[in-house]
Design a protein around this ligand. Structure first.
Ligand code: COA
Length: 692
C-alpha cells in the first residue's frame, strides 16, 4: 500500500509521491496511504527531522481526481476531507507536475504553497461529472482567490493551463521543475493554511451571472446550481458548516441519475474507438492522404488531418472547383490564425509545404496512404470516382468514402481489393465536431479498421464503429425520431410544442428548429430518391414536410420560411404550417387531441431507444454505449441523461416493455416491441450489462 504514496527524505524535506498509474486517481487505498504518510510526516516534523513536506505525482499527472469508479458504491474510509485536514497540519508544498483536477487540486488547496509545471492542467471539473467538489473545493477556493473568480470556474467545471491558473491565483508560482523548486523554496513564502484565511467578500453579481450562465449553457443540470449555492455561502457560513454542507451535497449528487449518466458517458468516451481485438493489430502509417472534394466538408476534413501532421493532396474536378477548395481551406487556416491558435507564418508554411491541390479527371494521382472522399452525396458520382481511385492507386491504399446515408457496399463493388475500403461519417464542421462514425462495409478488413481507428485517434476524434444500414447509427435514429414527431403532429401536437417539449427534455434544439437550420431540401430529396427507387415506406405517411418543400418552397431558414416563419429573424410559429398540420390530420381522419410536454418527450425518447435497440440487435452498433456516444456527440442529446440506451436503463426496461406493448397495440404501423428489450427483460438484464 505504501507504494501508492512513496516517501523519500531528501535534506530537510519529506517528498510524498502519489503513484497510482496511469493518472494517479485517488482511490480508497491512495487515501489510506496518504493519511499514513501524513502521520509519518507529522512525527518527522515534530522530531525536527524535516522542515517541509512536498506532495507531487509520479509520471505525467499530479492527481487526476477522485476515482470515479468508486462513486457507484458507498463512500469508503478514510474520506479525503479527513486526509486533507491531516495534510493541512503540515508545512506542505504542492509540486504540481501535471494534471491537478478535482480531488487533485483539492490536495493542492490543502497545501500552503502551490508550484505548477507550465504544462499542468488545473481546476475543479466535478460538475462535468454531475457532482460538486467533495473535499473543500467550494469552500477553500473562494477563500483563496475570492468568490467572483471562483464562482464561474467551479460552476462550469473549467480547467485552466498553469499560466492562466497563476493569473487567477489558483497557484503561487510556475516552474519547469516544480519538485526542485519546492525543495529549495524559502519557507517564509508559505501562506497560512487555507482554512485560516478569512471568509471571502460576498459577490452577488458574480453569483447571479453564474446562475444565468448555468441556466443557459448547463440547462437541466443540478450540480452547477448546487456548487454556486455552496460557494455563495462561504461569505457568511462558518467553514466547518460549509464543509459539511459540501460533503453532504457531493454524496447526495454522486448517487443521483445525472451523475451516473455523466460518468457513463465519461467512461464510454474512454472506451470508444478500436475494440480490444483491433487494438492488437499494428496500424499502417498514414502520412499522406488524398482528400477528394474540397467543399465545406472536404476542406474541413483536410484541415483536421493536416492539423494532425498529415500531408494532404486535395483533388477537385476542375480549375474552378480547385480555386473554391483553396479558398475553403484558406478560410479555416485564417480563422485559426485570427483566434490565436496558429501563427501566421506557420499557417503559410503549412499551406505551401504540406498541402497540394490537383484537378481534372486525368491528372496523375500521388501514391498516398489513404483517400478520404468527400464529394457530392450521389452514388453514381462516388462510384465513378472510386473506379478511378481503384485503378490509379496502389492496391493497398485505404479508400474511405465520407457519407451520411449512402450504401457504402454499393460503392465497394467498384473497388478492386475491397478489404481496404470503408465508410466514414464525419459531422459538420468536421474539424470541430468530435464524433465520427467508422462504417464497416461487408468486406472491410480488421486491418483497415485498425489503421482507420488509429487515424481517428490521432485526430482526437470519438470514433464509433457502425455497420451498414440506411443512416448508420445516428441518422437512422434521427429519421425514426423525426417520424415519431411527425406522427405526433398528425395526432394533435404542433411543431412549436414538440420543440419546446424536447428542449425541456434537454435536447440542444427541438427537431423542427434543427430541420429549419439545416434545410428541408436534402431530406426531401432523399425521401424522393427512395420513392423513385420503388421503396415502400412502412410507417404512417405524414405529408407535411413534403408539401412544405414541394408545394410551398419552405426550405427552412435559408428561405426565411420552414417549420417556422423567420420574418423577424427569430423562429415564430407559422399559421401556414399549423394549417398544413391540421389539414393532414383531417385527411388522415384523425381526431386531434392534446399532448402534454412530458408525454411528447417520453414518446420521442422511446422511439430513439427502440431504434437504438434494433441497431444493437442487428449488430450495426457493437455496444449500447456507442449508440449513446453518437447521440450525445452528434445530435444534441443531453449528456446528463447519458444517451438513449443509458436512459432506457434509468427508466427501467420492464416499464418500457409495457409502454411499447401499449403503443404497438394502439399504432402498430409506428411501433413494435424491440426484440432485444423483450429478451433483456426476460433475463432480468439491462443495456449496461451489454456494455460490460
Ligand atoms: N476516475 C477513474 N478513472 C479515471 C479518472 C477518474 N477520475 N480519470 C481518468 N481515469 C482513467 C481513464 O478511464 C483511463 O482509463 P483506461 O486507460 O482504463 O481507459 C485512464 O485513467 C487514462 O485517462 P484518459 O482520459 O484516457 O487519459 P488522458 O491523458 O487523455 O486524460 C485526464 C487524462 C486526467 C485529463 C482525463 O482523464 C480527465 O479529465 N479525467 C477526469 C478528471 C476529473 O474530472 N476529475 C474529477 C473527478 S470527480
Amino acid at each position: 500500500m505504501t507504494d501508492l504514496v512513496k516517501r523519500e527524505y531528501r535534506d530537510t524535506a519529506l517528498i510524498l509521491t502519489i503513484d497510482n498509474p496511469p493518472v494517479n486517481v485517488i482511490s480508497q487505498a491512495v487515501r489510506a496511504a496518504l493519511l499514513d504518510a501524513c502521520a509519518e510526516a507529522k512525527a518527522a516534523l515534530d522530531a525536527g527531522r524535516i522542515d517541509r513536506v512536498v506532495v507531487t505525482g509520479a509520471g505525467r499527472s499530479f492527481v487526476a481526481g477522485a476515482d470515479a469508479r468508486e462513486f457507484d458504491g458507498p463512500a469508503l474510509e478514510p474520506h479525503l476531507p479527513d486526509v486533507l485536514l491531516a495534510l493541512m497540519q503540515l508545512p506542505a508544498i504542492a509540486a504540481i507536475n501535471g494534471v491537478a483536477l478535482g480531488g487533485g487540486y483539492e490536495i493542492a488547496l490543502a497545501c500552503r504553497y502551490r508550484i505548477a509545471a507550465p504544462a499542468a492542467l488545473i481546476g475543479l471539473p466535478e460538475v462535468t461529472l454531475g457532482v460538486v467538489p467533495g473535499s473543500g473545493g467550494t469552500q477553500r477556493l473562494p477563500r483563496l482567490i475570492g468568490l467572483a473568480r471562483a464562482l464561474p470556474l467551479v460552476s462550469t467545471g473549467t480547467t485552466l493551463k498553469a499560466k492562466a491558473a497563476l493569473a487567477e491565483g489558483m497557484v503561487d508560482a510556475l516552474a519547469d521543475d516544480p519538485l526542485a523548486t519546492a525543495l529549495t523554496l524559502d519557507l517564509s513564502q508559505l501562506g497560512p493554511a487555507t482554512d485560516n484565511l478569512p471568509a471571502p467578500e460576498a459577490a452577488p453579481e458574480a453569483a447571479q451571472a453564474a446562475r444565468a450562465n448555468a441556466a443557459k449553457r448547463l440547462r437541466g443540470q443540478t450540480a452547477p446550481l448546487k456548487a454556486i449555492e455552496l460557494m455563495e455561502a462561504t461569505a457568511s457560513l462558518p467553514l466547518a458548516e460549509g464543509m459539511a454542507a459540501e460533503r453532504a451535497a457531493f454524496l447526495d449528487l454522486r448517487k443521483g441519475a445525472q451523475a451516473r449518466a455523466l460518468r457513463h458517458i465519461f467512461f464510454a468516451e474512454r472506451g470508444a474507438g478500436a475494440s480490444a481485438a483491433l487494438k492488437k493489430l499494428e496500424p499502417a502509417p498514414i502520412d499522406h492522404v488524398l482528400v477528394a472534394g474540397g467543399g465545406t466538408m472536404g476542406a474541413a476534413i483536410a484541415y483536421a488531418l493536416n492539423n494532425a501532421g498529415i500531408r494532404i493532396t486535395l483533388l477537385e474536378n476542375d480549375a474552378e472547383a480547385e480555386a473554391r477548395a483553396r479558398a475553403n481551406l484558406g478560410k479555416l487556416f485564417d480563422e485559426a490564425v485570427s483566434r490565436g491558435k496558429l501563427d501566421a507564418a506557420e499557417s503559410a508554411r503549412r499551406q505551401s509545404d504540406t498541402i497540394a491541390f490537383i484537378h481534372g479527371p486525368d491528372t496523375p494521382l500521388p501514391a498516398v496512404d489513404m483517400v478520404i472522399e468527400a464529394v457530392f452525396e450521389n452514388l453514381d458520382v462516388k462510384r465513378a470516382l472510386f473506379e478511378r481511385l481503384g485503378r490509379d492507386l496502389p492496391e493497398d491504399t485505404i479508400l474511405a468514402t465520407n457519407t451520411s446515408y449512402l450504401d457504402v457496399n454499393r460503392i465497394a463493388e467498384v473497388v478492386p481489393n475491397p478489404q481496404r475500403f470503408l465508410g466514414l461519417h464525419f459531422f459538420a464542421p468536421a474539424h470541430l465536431m468530435k464524433l465520427v462514425e467508422v462504417i464497416r462495409a461487408a468486406d472491410t478488413s480488421a486491418q483497415t479498421l485498425a489503421t482507420t481507428f488509429a487515424l481517428t485517434k490521432r485526430l482526437g476524434k470519438i470514433a464509433v464503429e457502425a455497420g451498414v444500414c440506411d443512416g448508420f447509427i445516428g441518422n437512422r435514429i434521427l429519421t425514426r425520431y423525426r417520424q415519431t414527431a411527425d406522427v405526433a403532429l398528425l395526432e394533435g401536437a404542433l411543431p412549436a410544442q414538440v420543440d419546446a417539449a424536447m428542449v425541456g427534455f434537454g435536447m440542444a434544439m427541438g427537431p423542427y428548429e434543427v430541420q429549419d437550420l439545416s434545410g428541408l431540401d436534402i431530406a426531401y430529396a432523399n425521401r424522393k430518391r427512395k420513392r423513385d427507387a420503388g421503396e415502400v415506406f412502412k410507417g404512417r405517411y405524414v405529408p407535411v414536410a413534403d408539401r412544405m418543400v414541394g408545394d410551398l418552397e419552405r426550405l427552412g431558414r435559408k428561405t426565411k420560411a420552414g417549420w417556422y416563419d423567420y420574418d423577424s429573424g427569430k423562429p415564430t410559429p407559422s399559421q401556414v404550417v399549423d394549417d398544413q398540420v391540421r389539414r393532414a390530420s383531417a385527411e388522415a381522419g384523425v381526431t386531434r387531441r392534446d399532448f402534454t410536454d412530458e408525454e411528447l418527450s417520453r414518446r420521442l425518447a422511446l422511439s430513439m431507444i427502440a431504434e437504438g435497440a434494433d441497431i444493437i440487435e442487428e449488430g450495426i452498433a457493437n455496444r449500447p454505449a456507442d449508440v449513446d456516444l453518437v447521440l450525445v456527440h452528434g445530435y444534441g442529446f443531453p449528456r446528463w441523461r447519458g444517451g438513449p440506451m443509458r436512459l432506457a436503463d434509468e427508466w427501467g426496461l420492464p416499464a418500457l416493455l409495457a409502454e411499447y406493448e401499449a403503443l404497438a397495440a394502439e399504432d402498430p404501423k409506428s411501433w413494435a416491441v424491440p426484440a432485444l428489450i423483450r429478451r433483456l427483460v426476460a433475463k432480468g438484464r439491462s443495456f449496461a450489462d451489454l456494455n460490460a
